[in-house]
Design a protein around this ligand. Structure first.
Ligand SMILES: C[S@@+](CC[C@H](N)C(=O)[O-])C[C@H]1O[C@@H](n2cnc3c(N)ncnc32)[C@H](O)[C@@H]1O
Ligand SMILES: O=C(O)C(=O)C[C@]1(C(=O)O)C=C[C@@H](O)C=C1
Length: 271
């Protein structure tokens, strides 16, 4: 066989394998071919397809990630720690790492914490393809309610606070406030409620339209809604802002908002 024919076959095979890999990582957790999930969990099945799930279920996921990384780099203090609480597959950490490298910052320490072992494995695999000093990043399987926060200039908690027992949220935010250096920030993204139920309903309708547009069926949408009941507990935006304020943050603002999803920046002011 001629060499160019062999090369062509090789390229076709590579494309085919790429497609198989992408398809195997497609979120089918709530499809009718799979057993019903009663209560949503970040288990092996979810971790394996989480990147696809997040991109198709979280509005403007990539934009929020990149805005959070930009803000983190703006407030990062040389020699301090950056925490990613509920780091899942390490997407934010990978972005941060690339940003720190672009800015020639080398004296950093990043800690990603997640209570799901399969998520931690995915995160470790994702960042393994990036060149960095190994002792500058730690991905730890642990409970963010238990883990200490120390010498932090940036704490990121994207789409994680919504999964924490509401009775434990205040202590967690107070602990983060105490662990932050002055002029440090907490970035939080969550699904939120509006101040009036009529408006909340319309925003949720728009959210489900986005899921339909992103390829989820009615069955997948309703199965996931049921599985998330009492697992993901959203707060009204004003209440979430108030929570950050009563825990000490002197300045609280939105850095991103899309119908029923909001991203907050909370600043611990200087002395
Ligand atoms: C929606 S995902 C977060 C997504 C991720 N931050 C991102 O932006 O791609 C929520 C994560 O929080 C983790 N989680 C939930 N409760 C936790 C806890 N108490 N301690 C640590 N991780 C927790 C879950 O295992 C899950 O990986
Ligand atoms: O509320 C929903 O239906 C979602 O799918 C949202 C959401 C989230 O915001 O974390 C829930 C679980 C997954 O982690 C991805 C997206």
């Amino acid at each position: 066989m001629k060499i160019h024919k062999l090369l062509y076959l090789y390229l076709m095979l590579e494309k085919f394998l790429e497609k198989v890999l992408v398809l195997s990582r497609k979120d089918k957790v709530f499809e009718d071919t799979n057993p019903i999930v009663r209560a949503f969990e970040f288990n092996e099945n979810v971790a394996h397809v989480f990147d696809d799930m997040a991109q198709r279920s979280i509005p403007h996921y990539r934009d929020v990630q990149s805005m959070a990384a930009t803000l983190a780099l703006t407030f990062y203090q040389e020699g301090s720690r950056i925490y990613d609480l509920g780091c899942s597959t390490g997407t934010t950490i990978a972005l941060l790492l690339n940003g720190l490298k672009d800015h020639n910052l080398s004296n950093y320490y990043i800690k990603g914490i997640d209570s799901s072992a399969p998520m931690c494995r995915e995160a470790i695999e994702k960042i393994s393809s990036i060149d960095y000093e190994k002792d500058r990043i730690l991905i730890e399987e642990g409970d963010i309610l238990e883990e200490p926060i120390e010498n932090a200039s940036v704490v990121i908690m994207n789409y994680t606070l919504q999964f924490i027992d509401p009775l434990k949220r205040e202590n967690l935010i107070k602990k983060i406030y105490r662990g932050l250096n002055h002029n440090g920030i907490l970035l939080v993204s969550d699904k939120t409620l509006q101040s009036h139920t009529d408006i909340s309903r319309i925003f949720v309708d728009n959210y489900y339209n986005l899921k339909r547009k992103n390829g989820y069926s009615e069955l997948e949408i309703s199965r996931k809604r049921e599985a998330l009941e009492n697992v993901l507990i959203p707060y009204p935006i004003r209440e979430e802002e108030e929570l950050f304020r009563i825990c000490g943050f002197e300045a609280v603002d939105l850095f991103y908002s899309w119908y029923n999803f909001s991203s907050f920046i909370c600043l611990k002011k200087g002395q």
